[in-house]
Design a protein around this ligand. Structure first.
Ligand SMILES: [Zn+2]
Length: 393
């Protein structure tokens, strides 16, 4: 008969909690850990010793405080040595990074991605970037896993990319392809880019401390990462958050998902460029050129930006009414659109949002900026380490 967790299970949970704390908060005194984790000083000392022996933290004197008395030792994550590989697969670019325990990007590479590139073609390009980073990293560096942010619908159980309307991917096993190419014996975890970026902003960015958050991420299409009651909302299979495919216009413009009138046909790349009379252009630079032209007084660009901003506010009002978030974050191209058309977004949100849902909602841009998908991908990998720190090493 089980009566409760064993001593060993409790110890592992406590090791995970301590390592997670310094991973998120950085260097922390033993005294602060004692208070934050609700454990006594000798337990904190023993846990720290175990993590230090495993090479996951170091312990040392704090920087000079000028205060009298014996200072409390400071526990630091081994940020330069322990790391995860992070990948971001976007419509027009591929990114790879090494992210240290503690969340700092230690090294990074970026490659242009021709539209139409398959997973089998993308994997060796990313592996090449990793080879370059390996040559530059310290000899004693330890990789604890890899995470991938990909624009597409990702099956939660195994990371299969079921559908990427803007990349043309259908049932692509990108995690397996990357694992094979890398030749490293570490798990590769795959997540949707908006979910992963939301995870990062919630862990250590603009939404730290917020329990109900919508992170709206635009590339060519638009998706949302949703944090509800402090947890990532994934849906049954992992596919929730496809807000770009909310149908908002009956018989509207054709969407890359095959439907008509999806929200992203109005606020995404194609919608903005179509409204600006630049249907032949494509890419983020082309979108930025429209915002720039609007700034300089180009009448058609101004109309396009106002329309797209109005549509952005329309959809955000619906999301705010459904999810009652305390924060909406605009990332990727949605950041650019929000900054260019904030007045339209707020005006539409204020007229369509329910007053009770609008009471505490804040609109923000990502604190981690363009790094959110990479940092979040690394968090997917670190999650396994933090669940059981001594099992991974
Ligand atoms: Zn669609």
């Amino acid at each position: 008969m089980r009566v409760g967790p064993s001593q060993d299970e409790i110890r592992r949970q406590n090791l995970g909690a301590l390592l997670r704390y310094v991973h998120v908060h950085g260097a922390t005194t033993r005294a602060e850990l004692t208070t934050a984790l609700g454990l006594n000083r000798s337990t904190i000392g023993a846990l720290t010793a175990d993590l230090a022996a495993a090479g996951l933290v170091t312990e040392g004197a704090p920087k000079e405080t000028g205060r009298a008395g014996r200072p409390s030792l400071v526990v630091r994550p081994e940020s330069d040595r322990v790391f995860a590989y992070a990948y971001s697969i976007e419509v027009d670019r591929l990114r790879a990074a090494r992210v240290g325990l503690g969340g700092a990007v230690l090294d990074r590479r970026e490659l242009d991605r021709p539209r139409g590139l398959t997973a089998a073609e993308a994997a060796p390009l990313l592996a090449g970037a990793v080879k370059e980073m390996r040559q530059a990293m310290p000899e004693d560096a330890v990789c604890v896993g890899a995470g991938v942010a990909v624009c597409g619908m990702v099956r939660r159980d195994d990371g299969l990319v079921r559908l990427g309307p803007t990349t043309g991917w259908v049932d692509e096993p990108i995690g397996t392809a990357l694992g094979t190419e890398l030749g490293v014996d570490v798990p590769v975890t795959v997540g949707n880019v908006a979910d992963v970026a939301a995870f990062a902003e919630h862990a250590r960015g603009a939404a730290a401390g917020c329990d109900n958050v919508i992170y709206l991420y635009g590339d060519v299409g638009v998706g949302a990462g949703i944090i509800a009651a402090g947890r990532r909302l994934t849906g049954h299979g992992g596919y929730s958050g496809e807000v770009g495919h909310m149908v908002v216009v009956r018989d509207g413009a054709r969407c890359e998902c095959g439907n008509r009138g999806c929200w992203e046909t109005e606020i995404g790349e194609h919608g903005l460029l179509r409204a600006a009379g630049r249907s032949d252009a494509r890419g983020r630079e082309a979108m930025l050129a429209v915002f720039d032209a609007a700034d300089r007084g180009d009448a058609q660009a101004q109309i396009a930006v106002r329309q797209a901003g109005d549509w952005l506010g329309f959809g955000v009002a619906n999301l705010v009414n459904i999810f009652n978030p305390e924060m909406v974050i605009f990332g990727g191209t949605m950041r650019d659109l929000y900054l260019a058309a904030a007045a339209q977004v707020r005006s539409r949100l204020n007229s369509n949002g329910l007053p009770a849902c609008l009471e505490h909602v804040r609109l923000r841009t990502p604190k981690l900026g363009e790094d959110a998908p990479l940092v979040g991908a690394a968090e997917l990998a670190f999650d396994r380490l933090l669940a059981d720190p001594l099992d991974v090493n």
